[in-house]
Design a protein around this ligand. Structure first.
Ligand code: ADP
Ligand code: MG
Length: 318
């Protein structure tokens, strides 16, 4: 017999993560939280729709990981510490194999990043839709905003760019047919690393920050608009993985590809030493890719020294 709604919630979505700030979790009409004094709540929500954001037949544990990690990346982009999340789940059926795997992926991810599942909603619908809302904590006034970049600031990116975009070509290939490079791209696509600890350390160093979800050209573009400045980057300085480096698409993917969930941030040049130290401390590569300039818009210096304007060519839903 198919499992009922409440039994399903009880079996798969209770007791995932804990926090001293959570007074009441899954099971009542609302969850209750008491944030520590002197801290602001950072709140964000993201939806993943089957066959738009992940293949409907994808591994349920990886779909759960991706959904939570994308949201955690938004907390990272503000310099927040994860506290709690809610989960609104639409399912075509109560398939217990799917639910068990989804739940175990979610539990593992919640444990890794120390965040508690405090509630949600479960409905039937024509396809899988996973909506996660995250709640984080930031000391009052220390959030990293998009609006603080100043002319002369350096622009930095963590990790490598373009790998998740490269994975889009292999999403539906059967696992045994994948080579090592394709596996790496898929791992980057399904389990991006939200740069939480590093971003928390950047709270009083970075002048602006964003996570790269839609592609560097689009997301750096948001910083430029919000900060009313322009930027010049060096195409040759975009950080590329060894798997992507030799692809003819490498630079295009790094510039415009989404889903990497790396951090793009700006900082005054006198903070360069701090940033080098943080990269070492957090074992996270940080590349200096260019600088903020007066004016507006993004341009890029190519290998032969030409400077060309870049328009965002990333995915938009409408
Ligand atoms: P209500 O009718 O009051 O909205 P629900 O029947 O939707 O309550 O949910 C019952 C309880 O289970 C609530 O505490 C809700 O937060 C929780 N819940 C429902 N679905 C999920 C889910 N997918 N993950 C976590 N908690 C859930
Ligand atoms: Mg409900």
């Amino acid at each position: 017999m198919a499992i009922g709604e409440f039994a399903l919630i009880e079996k798969y979505f209770t007791d995932i993560g804990h926090s001293p700030s959570v007074n009441l979790s899954v099971g009542d009409d609302c969850a209750l939280l008491t944030p520590p004094p002197g801290q602001q709540l950072a709140i964000s929500v993201d939806t993943l729709v089957a066959d738009v954001h992940f293949p409907a037949r994808g591994d349920p544990a990886l779909i759960a990981q991706k959904a939570l990690r994308c949201n955690l990346s938004d907390l990272a982009a503000m310099g927040a510490t994860p506290l709690a999340f809610t989960l609104a789940l639409t399912l075509p059926s109560a398939d217990e194999n799917w639910l068990a795997e989804f739940s175990s992926g979610l539990r593992a991810c919640a444990k890794e990043f120390d965040i508690a599942l405090i509630g949600g909603d479960t409905t039937r619908g024509p396809q899988y839709i996973v909506t996660i809302q995250v709640i984080g904590l930031i000391p009052n006034g220390f959030a990293l905003l998009r609006s603080g970049a100043k002319s002369g600031d350096a622009i930095f990116v963590t990790g490598t760019l373009g790998d998740a975009r490269a994975a889009l070509d292999y999403l539906t290939l059967p696992e045994p047919q994948l080579n090592a490079q394709q596996r790496f791209f898929l791992q980057r696509y399904y389990t991006p690393t939200p740069r939480l600890k590093l971003a928390q350390a950047l709270r009083d160093i970075a002048s602006a920050a964003i996570d790269v979800s839609d592609g560097l050209s689009a997301d750096l573009g948001h910083i430029l608009e919000r900060s009313a400045v322009g930027a010049q980057i060096d195409i040759e300085k975009l950080p590329l993985s060894s798997a992507l480096r030799h692809s003819v698409d490498a630079r295009r993917f790094a510039l415009h590809g989404g889903d990497d969930y790396e951090l793009c941030f700006t900082a005054n040049n006198n903070r360069t030493d701090d940033i080098v130290r943080l990269a070492q401390q957090h074992a996270t590569p940080i590349a200096r890719i260019g600088e903020i300039i007066a004016g507006s818009g993004l341009c890029a210096r190519t290998a032969n020294g030409d400077v060309i304007p870049i328009t965002a060519a990333s995915y938009t839903h409408f």
